[in-house]
Ligand binder design. Sequence first.
Ligand SMILES: [Zn+2]
Length: 137
Amino acid sequence: MKKTNRQIQDDLIKQYKITIEPNSKCYGRTHVHIKKRTICKWKQTNSIVSTFTLLHEIGHCENNNSKMRRCEEEYNATQWALDKCVELNIDVPLKIIQKYQRYIYNELARGLRRNGSGYPSKEEMQLRYKMPTRTLL
Ligand SMILES: [Zn+2]
């Protein structure tokens, strides 16, 4: 029988030794404390959206490199999540990929505004941080 999203999530939490903090006093949306492997503000629901959010946060733990730019961190975490979905045979709706793509490009644009000199050209960066779409998966 095919696993439900909730089962997949519970398995991932166990496998990657993640702690879910349901009563976090942290501000803002879902995020992970990498060293403690603790995820705050994550809402577990039986949906692919919820599963992908979890995978993205685990991806931050699995790609921990403090030298990365913010958009690189977001890209690598998302890419890790997408790879995991291929491995687990989870079909990721294009809408989700597009949402994360926008998020990554927003972070890229912010980085370019703040510290543009250290970056390659915008076009090059946009190519580098482009998510594969479902047709490529
Ligand atoms: Zn993230």
